[in-house]
Design a protein around this ligand. Structure first.
Ligand code: DGL
Length: 272
């Protein structure tokens, strides 16, 4: 890889607005246990989804620059909202460091999964309004029909840890009714917070609908890219992620335990 200070031992930088990106951290850890991960959750400014494109692009740049301080060998954008509206901002700030976004991986997986060609996409207001999923899916196959629905309340429910809660069931019923009636056979979780609520979402839409979580697809893509460029970390020892947040590290800590099923390692407070 061209960058001077980058070696196979360099970390992988991953970011999201809050805890949602931990779903991606978990998948990357499972696929690449020796890789050092630096995760930044912008807990001071979550949620990104209801904000304007100008603001999201500004946040995307700030988040990338925070991770670039650690000289990562790759950046994973574990946020669909940033992947939809500001991937170019991240790529520009990274120079020759490779950048992988969750959105394209989710679109590819959905196209490969659907049998009847009808794909549902749920995401934040910004992601749905950008039409980025429909565009990415139709770039791969223009015959696929895409039905989208913004589910803005899912992000605070996930941030609250309301994994199995009547409020989540009620809101899921409200949001998912129309999309289910469109006859989709595949539903993309187009926001990295949503896999945290996956069991309620699956229960609401029924077991016939296949749910797509792009975290695993992104982890596989990252592994392939590192392998192809000879940048896999050769260490046999499993690495512990280093976590950065912009606010409330204690709250992040309890949610980390809930989602990752492990004690949270050190967490550092950074200013944005
Ligand atoms: N988890 C993010 C996403 O995938 C952002 C959610 C939010 O901050 O609104 O879109």
């Amino acid at each position: 890889m061209p960058h001077q200070n980058i070696t196979p031992e360099s970390p992988i930088g991953i970011f999201d607005s809050g805890i949602g990106g931990l779903t991606v951290v978990k998948a990357v850890q499972a696929a690449l246990p020796s890789e050092k991960i630096i995760y930044f959750g912008d807990t001071a400014r979550v949620p990104y989804g209801p904000k304007s494109q100008v603001t999201i692009r500004k946040y995307a740049l700030d988040d990338t620059l925070i991770l670039m301080r650690y000289q990562p060998k790759m950046i994973i954008v574990a946020c669909n909202t940033v992947s939809a509206l500001a991937l170019d901002v991240v790529e520009k700030a990274c120079g020759d460091i490779p950048v992988i976004g969750v959105l394209k991986a989710g679109a590819e997986l959905a196209v490969g999964t659907t049998r009847n060609g009808r794909i549902g996409v749920i995401g934040t207001q910004a992601t749905v309004c950008s039409n980025a999923y429909a565009f990415a899916i139709n770039q791969l196959d223009e015959k696929k029909k895409v039905f989208s629905q913004a589910c803005p309340l899912f992000v605070p429910l996930a941030e609250e840890g309301f994994i199995d809660h009547p409020a989540t069931r009620l809101i899921a019923g409200e949001y998912l009714d129309r999309i289910t009636r469109e006859g989709v056979d595949t539903l993309v979780l187009g926001c990295t917070h949503y896999p945290i609520l996956k069991s309620v979402i699956q229960e609401t839409v029924g077991n016939e609908i296949r749910i797509i979580d792009s975290a695993e697809a992104v982890a596989q893509k990252s592994a392939e890219l590192l392998r192809a460029s000879g940048m896999l970390n050769p260490s046999p020892a499993p690495a512990v992620p280093h976590l950065l947040v912009s606010d409330l590290p204690q709250k992040f800590s309890s949610l980390y335990q809930l989602f990752m099923g492990a004690e949270m390692p050190d967490v550092e407070l950074v200013e944005v």
